[in-house]
Design a protein around this ligand. Sequence first.
Ligand SMILES: [Zn+2]
Length: 149
Amino acid sequence: MNRFMADHMLKRSCEWLRLMGYDISYPECHDDNDILEYCIKNDLILLTRDYEFYKRYNKSIFIDSTDYKDQVREVISMFPPDKNKFFTRCPVCNSELKDVDSKIMGSDYNTVKSNFKMVKYCEKCDKYFWKGSHYKKIEKEINTFMDNI
Ligand SMILES: [Zn+2]
């Protein structure tokens, strides 16, 4: 399974790709040298909009599009997504989500009610995810990415 690093210009597409199960780190620093060092150390494929940056690392991919939807398509056409991995990763922090019983949600449980017995949970962000109306919108958008590659 390939693991990636996205540069600062790819934040939005990075979040979408995480929703599709891609393991994508996002730099916490702004120093290109530190980002490259991290990529080399962790054997990450660098996704970048910066051509000069792209040329500095042999495991990098230059992302041509400025629109996040096209950026997502560029990546998924090169690295086909695994549908079983959809919604397994936190879009915010890239952690793997855990399946938990919705009863542990406390006050948020009222929002989810008993419609969703199992929900996904990100330990790092302390955030729950469930297949409500927001999820359906996300799923629809993912399908449009898939249809147009
Ligand atoms: Zn998270």
